[in-house]
Each structure stands twice: as structure tokens, then as C-alpha cells.
Design a protein around this ligand. Structure first.
Ligand code: NAI
Ligand code: MG
Length: 335
């Protein structure tokens, strides 16, 4: 029995997650779906952005679909970023963020790269405090050999099994030799055990330059948490936009599918969000976690077919745009 814990979160999570669930139900009518909650609305109502019961449901199901949560850009007593905490609590130590050409005018032909982002440490541990009565902010950046080794191993294993040829390790070891330097060193140690895969490294600013200038030079990028967050949004632009960019968090057992984008408050509640990123995240779950590649192919082919015929949501082109629900129904009709 396939089980899925569904967490819509905030904003367009309430629109794109139900769309992806609808696609999944069309393929797997017997799927057992448990709903759970997290996010800012949950925090306001219950006092916790990620209730313990949500974590219990997620662990019991073994697979999660998470939309996105709204996190303020200023400190809120008791609030933490639920998506980040979910990845840490579920020990999803690697975040796979592919950017691959889709038939839309906003995508760059031939782009096919994978950002693998370390998911459990770095500045995202949120070990922040202030000094000098709030006039100085301090954040601890933690990089460990253990976390780097496991994400690097997973990256090279994925590269081997998915016909990838090259891994680029991204860091800023020139300025941060004790943290990023450790990441670089350990990643290269792991790389030595995979001589079939070409490995090189780039400073993160140079990687950003090449991501804009020539994304075709990249195959797989292996990065600490923060740089992966940024570079994967850049890569998403080449895949056609944030509305199309999927991701899968994997680790020691539980897998969590989630779009790269956030909860998009600027368009939430209007039935205009692009559900593709969320639907393609479910395809990753089918392919890589549930080991159902035929069903993953059906989802991806249906999405490609709809986009190929010029059907689209407003983020791709305002003119003749379909609503979230109509666009989803087109995909379901072609499964
Ligand atoms: P965002 O990704 O939510 O939106 C950026 C831009 O892309 C907006 O103009 C939005 O309308 C558009 N966009 C995003 N997804 C779209 C979709 N599926 N269809 C059509 N257009 C789409 O990033 P932003 O605006 O910086 O953050 C908004 C909120 O989301 C913040 O509170 C932030 O903390 C949160 N966020 C949450 C994440 C998560 O929970 N995993 C990840 C990123 C941001
Ligand atoms: Mg991000």
C-alpha cells in the first residue's frame, strides 16, 4: 500500500498541492492519503509552525508532499521555517533539484542539470543570536564531515545510476577554509571512489556566473545548503521558471517531494498558480522513492504534451492562460 502525507502549507500550497494529489489519485486510485499541517497559518492557530503530530504522520507514511510555507523576513518569537525543519527532522539529507528543458518559450533548450543540495546543516541550522543589544547579528555556519560524506556519496551514486558524467563541487573555500574547505575536501575524497565520474570544483560566485552565462556546462552540482538554495532558483529560470521547478528530498527512509518555489503570496488564492513544479515533484517521488518509473514517465509525458501544445498558466505567458484547475485537468486527461 502506497501512503502519502500531504502538507499543503500556506499560499499557493493550497492550490498546487491538491492539483498534484489529483494527478496521483488518477494514477494510483488506492493510494492512502493522510493530511497534516504546517506553516504560518498553523503557527498562528496552534502556536507551532510544525506540530509534532505532522512529524508523526510524515514518518508513519514514509513519503511526504509539501507545498510551501510563508516565513517572515524578521524574527518572530517561537517561529521556525517548517520546510527546513521538516527536512532536518525527517533526515532527508539530500535535496535533488533537477532543471531540465520543458517545451515552453521561457526555457533554454538542452538544459539538463541537477543541483544536489546538502539539506541538514550549514547556515540553515538557524543558530542565530544577537550581541550589543541587537546591533550585531551572529549566525553559526556548521559543516561536518559526516553530513558532507553522506550527501556526496548519494550524489555520486545518483550520477552513476542516472548516466551523469560530471559532478561540480560548489563552495567558497577560499574565504571559508574551515567550513567550505572541509566540504570541498570531503567531497573530493568521496569523488576518488568514483573514477568513472569526472569531478571538478568552482567557487560559488563563479558558479553563479556560469549558471547565467552557460548553464549547459553543468551536469551535476554538489553544494552546501545555502548555495544550493540560490543556485537551484537560478537553474529553475533555465528550466522555464519557478512554476516548473521540482525537487525531492531524500535520506535515510522518508522522502519529501516539494516544489522549489515558495508560497507566492502575490498570486495566492486566485487559481492562477502553475501546478507543474508540484506535479513534477510527485513524478520524482514515483521514480526515485516508490520505484514506479512507468508512472513517473506517464506524469512527465503528460506535462510535456500539454506544454508542447501551447497550453500554459499565466507565469509562462499571460495571454490565453489557463487556470490552475483547467491546466491540471488537461494533464490528467493525457495521463
Ligand atoms: P516564491 O517562490 O513564493 O515566489 C517568487 C515569484 O515566483 C513570485 O512572483 C511568484 O508569484 C512566482 N511563483 C512562484 N511559484 C509559482 C507558481 N507555482 N506559479 C506561478 N508563479 C509562481 O518566493 P518569494 O516570493 O520570495 O517568497 C514568498 C514566501 O514563500 C516567503 O514567505 C518565503 O519565506 C516562502 N518560501 C517558502 C519556501 C518553502 O516553504 N519551501 C521556499 C521559498 C520561499
Ligand atoms: Mg529556495
Amino acid at each position: 500500500m502506497v501512503r502519502l502525507c500531504v502538507i499543503e502549507g500556506d499560499g499557493i500550497g493550497h492550490e498546487v498541492v491538491p492539483a498534484a494529489v489529483q494527478v496521483l489519485r488518477a494514477l494510483l486510485p488506492d493510494i492512502e492519503i493522510e493530511t497534516a499541517e504546517a506553516g504560518m497559518d498553523t503557527f498562528i492557530r496552534t502556536g507551532s509552525a510544525l506540530p509534532e503530530s505532522t512529524l508523526e504522520t510524515a514518518r508513519a507514511c514514509g513519503a511526504v508532499l509539501f507545498g510551501a510555507a510563508q516565513s517572515p523576513s524578521y524574527p518572530v518569537e517561537g517561529y521556525f521555517v517548517p520546510g527546513v525543519r521538516l527536512r532536518q527532522e525527517l533526515r532527508c539529507y539530500a535535496n535533488l533539484r533537477p532543471a531540465r528543458w520543458l517545451p515552453v518559450p521561457t526555457a533554454k533548450p538542452d538544459v539538463d542539470l541537477l543541483v544536489v543540495r546538502e539539506n541538514t546543516e550549514d547556515l540553515y541550522l538557524q543558530l542565530e543570536h544577537t550581541r550589543d543589544s541587537g546591533e550585531t547579528g551572529v549566525s553559526e555556519k556548521i559543516i561536518t564531515r559526516a553530513a558532507t560524506e553522506r550527501v556526496a556519496r548519494r550524489t555520486f551514486e545518483m550520477a552513476m545510476s542516472h548516466g551523469r558524467e560530471k559532478v561540480t563541487i560548489v563552495h567558497k573555500a577560499s574565504v571559508l577554509p574551515q567550513t567550505d574547505g572541509l566540504f570541498r575536501k570531503v567531497a573530493f575524497e568521496v569523488a576518488k571512489q568514483y573514477p568513472e565520474i569526472e569531478t571538478d570544483d568552482l567557487l560559488v560566485d563563479t558558479a553563479a556566473y556560469w549558471m547565467v552565462k552557460d548553464p549547459l556546462r553543468f551536469d551535476v552540482l554538489l553544494t552546501p545548503n545555502l548555495y544550493g538554495d540560490i543556485l537551484s532558483d537560478m537553474a529553475a529560470a533555465w528550466g522555464g521558471g519557478l512554476g516548473l521547478a521540482p525537487s525531492l528530498n531524500i535520506g535515510d527512509g522518508v522522502a519529501m517531494a516539494e516544489p522549489v518555489h515558495g508560497c507566492a503570496p502575490d498570486i495566492a488564492g486566485r487559481n492562477v498558480a502553475n501546478p507543474t513544479a508540484c506535479i513534477m515533484s510527485v513524478a520524482l517521488l514515483l521514480r526515485l522513492h516508490w520505484n514506479m518509473p512507468e508512472l513517473a514517465d506517464r506524469v512527465e509525458n503528460a506535462v510535456r504534451s500539454v506544454l508542447h501544445d501551447g497550453l500554459h498558466t499565466a507565469d509562462i505567458n499571460h495571454s490565453a492562460a489557463l487556470s490552475t484547475t483547467d491546466f491540471t485537468n488537461e494533464i490528467i486527461a493525457r495521463l
